[in-house]
Design a binder for this molecule. Sequence first.
Ligand SMILES: [Fe+2]
Length: 358
Amino acid sequence: MTVDPALLNAWTRLLDLCKLTKEEHVVLLTGAASSSLHIDAAQLALALRGASYLTLEPGAAPAVAVAGESTAHYGPSAIANNRLAQQTLKGADLIVDLMGMYRGAEQDEILAAGCRIILVKEPPDVMMRLMTNADDKRRVLAANSVLSRAHRMHVRSDAGTDLHVTLGQYPTLVQYGYADEPGRWDHCPSAFIARWPDEGSANGVVVLDSGDTILPFKDYVRTPIRLEIRDGFVRRIEGGLDARYLRDYIASFNDPDGYAVSHLGWGLHDRATWTALGMYDKRQTNAMDARSYYGNFMFSTGPNAEAGGSRHTPCHLDIPMSSCSIWVDDEPMVDHGNVVPANQRVAGFAGHTTEDLS
Ligand SMILES: [Fe+2]
């Protein structure tokens, strides 16, 4: 085993952020797609601190996603029908998830047992580059303090987006990249805030402009796509090639819930970039740069079971968009891609967009 010292440091840092103590027990959950670099570095970091841990690799997942892209099939994972694995995981204080547990079913019980879970799916270089810190957490929690109490969200863009939703039925999704409290799930690295809208409340238009990104396609939109949204569902998808691709992709699931509006929010990670997605082969990244970059608007479609809703559809799209403006209860959160509230802004950070070079 040869472990990159920088990656070992990153894992040590992550375990510190997750407040792992000497008395606690850790399960390292792995799957066929887990990075061996991560497995080796995580095991060494755990061993060096004298942690009590075991590595658990359940069998194959019940469904295979297109092209083996796990995010292209949002459904039960390899532990869904594996009671032994579930019981083992419930006994842990911290689960380091290198496999990718399905959020919304088997994971709920494990979290309810007081376990904390940190998911790591990005490759080592992304983990090291985007590792979050206490200031990222502070800004995400500042955003959460507004969004978790809110009743309405409104999103606009010069490209034509004009979307209204009401809030209150479902909780927020608070991601700051580490799991430091009992019952907390998080995904390293990430920094964004989001919330699922009330059932049937999303109305308006979302225009995906050229340069916006669609995940799991892991690609940039080239030809604008107009989504007509009524009573919580996408009712019409219009445009050129990209619209056709999106329309046929959702249709391939043959599931009406695939058209539902899912979590909505904004990115707060100043080291994540809009451009990074273009630098990786699709299988190299989980696209956290796109999901987290500072001032994005993340529109999404599909399930809400993770939030307590009834939609379990495997068709889930995260769609980070640039240059949008977001209001929460009429208070501006993002203005044309720039984060507005002082307590969510990064000191001295002007943003990554260079639309105005004057
Ligand atoms: Fe999502």
